[in-house]
Ligand binder design. Sequence first.
Ligand SMILES: NC(=O)c1ccc[n+]([C@@H]2O[C@H](COP(=O)([O-])OP(=O)(O)OC[C@H]3O[C@@H](n4cnc5c(N)ncnc54)[C@H](OP(=O)(O)O)[C@@H]3O)[C@@H](O)[C@H]2O)c1
Length: 276
Amino acid sequence: MASGARDTARGPALTLRRLLPHGAPTTVEQLVEELACPREGDLAERAAAGSGSRPYLVLNMISTADGRASLGGRSGAIGGEADKELFHGLRTVVDAVMAGAGTVRAERYGRLVRDERRRQIRRERGLAEEPLACIVSGRLALTSEIPLLADPDARVAIVTASPESLPEDCRADIDYVRAAREGVLDLPSAMSELRGRLGVRTVLCEGGPHLNSQLLAEGLVDELFLSLSPKLAGDDVASETLRIVSGPELDPPIALELLAVLEHDSHLFLRYKIIH
Ligand SMILES: NC(=O)c1ccc[n+]([C@@H]2O[C@H](COP(=O)([O-])OP(=O)(O)OC[C@H]3O[C@@H](n4cnc5c(N)ncnc54)[C@H](OP(=O)(O)O)[C@@H]3O)[C@@H](O)[C@H]2O)c1
């Protein structure tokens, strides 16, 4: 989903129609609260039920109605206000937010929860003020030009097979999850280390499409939150047209079970369970 999203905590509450299961209209805040509180079917309950030795992982992505995951190299232009609110709201219910280095570079990631009210909400939920930022990278082509990495108050875990470290002017509090199998990143081991050593129970993965493909292929994804934007964009003639999953064909295709559908201003918000 749109990682360049503006922090929109103080705007008037947006209303979403509950199409499935059918119910009274809701706000993003209420929706996120429902996800956070330990009741049957919500994120907290599903995470507690567990995914074995790894964290419970939710993908959060946005797409145009014809499947584009980026416009002009970024995702911000795809979304609307409700999508932006949900994007930030979901960050208030998880232990960690994960993104591929490509997304962190393209979207110039900064601090994950800047809004004081949302930080307070996280504290009230018994979480750290900000989620751990997990960046997956092979080449470690990450510099202090990325605001998140330059910020001494940010908590970051670099997930990599590389023995190298980031440059010293990356002032964030940086930990390394180094998991290699034959020289390449061993994602299942890395996820187990996140759970075991760093205590991460829930991960919100914000893409991008190439990381998603590998997480899905390794069976490491539990849910997909997909915002479907009422836009058609055609193909990108200048570079690769990205969809929410890019990479080798997933064969057989991964099956999804539809858990919920909401609507705001012709945007659809779909929640799927991944069938393992
Ligand atoms: N529509 C949406 O919801 C959405 C969400 C996120 C991003 N996007 C868009 O997607 C684009 C970026 O996506 P992307 O697919 O190119 O990038 P990505 O998946 O975010 O990142 C790819 C990079 O992640 C690292 N990586 C991923 N898997 C790895 C593995 N198994 N081992 C080692 N490193 C691994 C590599 O980093 P190194 O290069 O450092 O080795 C790789 O180049 C941007 O245009 C962004 O705006 C859209």
